[in-house]
Design a protein. Structure first.
Length: 229
């Protein structure tokens, strides 16, 4: 990447806990703004999935790191998003199984994994302006972004949404427990834990539809732009 490449790109940061509606909202928002959508969690899931494929559990840090170093991650634009391939294969459904869900937070807590993923994420501005969702986008990946949002929702609503998405693969109670476990690891880990950026706008989406949330964010971006000009 050249020194000034991506300098004109704008990044909208959308952070929040698991199943708070970030993906759907971020994708729709990116479409409305004409920006590219980036799912940062997919990269942590990708590292986890690649390791699991080789029989390496998420808790075997040394082997997870060797596997990450040996895999070739490449990025490209598809369907309004920046997506990635691992050794030429683009995992999609493979990233969202319950096995990956169980292993991803321990993997994402490993400092070396975070350093690598943050480097990849920062490099994506070379593709243009982005709506990037995750846990630490406003606090760590793009702390200078003027547009930061933190999406939350009541735990029961998040569990219900995720259970619907997973189409009966696991019970509602298991989904609730799995989210709780991940939230705990994500907010307690030492490096870049999930927390609200001081200058983020917090949106509690409990009982709100996707379009309502997108409208609130678009209005806020417009207001901040008007203030800045
Ligand atoms: O879609 P969901 O909210 O369930 O999770 P995700 O965004 O796919 O992220 C999966 C996991 O990756 C999270 O539980 C975190 O452990 C980790 N993650 C992270 O640490 N930092 C990010 N910026 C994004 C995800």
């Amino acid at each position: 990447m050249k020194a000034d490449e991506g300098a004109a790109s704008v990044v909208v940061a959308i952070d929040g806990p698991a199943a708070s509606g970030k993906s759907t909202v971020s994708r729709r928002l990116a479409g409305a703004l004409g920006y590219l959508y980036v799912d940062s969690g997919a990269l942590y899931r990708g590292v986890t999935w690649a390791a699991l494929e080789q029989g390496i559990p998420g808790t075997d840090t040394a082997r997870v790191l060797s596997c990450m170093a040996a895999c070739r991650f490449a990025f490209e634009v598809a369907d309004g998003a920046v997506v990635f391939t691992i050794d030429g294969f683009r995992p999609v459904g493979q990233l969202r199984t319950e096995t990956v869900n169980r292993n991803v937070s321990p993997v994402a807590a490993v400092p070396e994994v975070r350093v690598q993923v943050v480097e990849w994420l920062r490099s994506l501005v070379r593709f243009g302006s982005l709506v990037m969702e995750g846990r630490d986008i406003g606090t760590k990946v793009f702390p200078a972004s003027p547009f930061k949002f933190y999406l939350d929702a009541a735990p029961e609503e998040r569990a219900r949404r995720r259970h619907e998405e997973m189409a009966g693969q696991v019970s509602a109670a298991e989904v609730g427990e799995s989210l709780k476990r991940r939230d705990l690891i994500d907010s307690r880990r030492q490096m870049d834990p999930l927390k609200v950026a001081a200058d983020a706008r917090v949106i509690d989406s409990t009982g709100m539809g996707v379009d309502d949330v997108v409208q609130v964010i678009l209005a806020d971006i417009e207001a901040r732009r008007a203030c800045a000009s």
